[in-house]
Design a binder for this molecule. Sequence first.
Ligand code: 4NP
Length: 157
Amino acid sequence: MSRDPHTTKILMVCLGNICRSPLAEGILKSKLPETGFVVDSAGTGNYHVGDSPDPRSITTAKKYGLDITTQRGRQFTVSDFDTFDFIYVMDSSNFENVVKLARNANDIAKVHYILNEIYPNQNHSVPDPYTGGIQGFENTFKMLDEACTNLAMKLVN
Ligand code: 4NP
């Protein structure tokens, strides 16, 4: 995919691409116009390539009216730096893993912490809910919903 100057492309990144970044993708998509924007997600790991989102992410999204069931896991690749304008990571280990693959300063400049949309420059992490219960997914949803509200406002204006 090459970059279209009329379309803004945003990539959400976590570790497995089954819990946090699928929620972030679904939430941001729901807040942006359908034309002019592409939102995708990927994981730095390859454990869940081709998998559906975690059932707890699907359930939580559904509770708030979002259908993320058609998403499938994929691994972040260096070509994503060419495809996407903005790359949003969930935590510091995602940040390190993505930046490790950067080829130059331009690539690095595309990588941002999603929670900096709420708490600028603080580099807070969205905790990984994978090993916990459903409440962790609810917390993840709330954090991402607030961050994506702010981000969508910025992207649209
Ligand atoms: P995610 O959560 O990074 O939010 O998708 C995880 C899902 C799976 C694994 C780790 C984190 N895993 O190790 O399989």
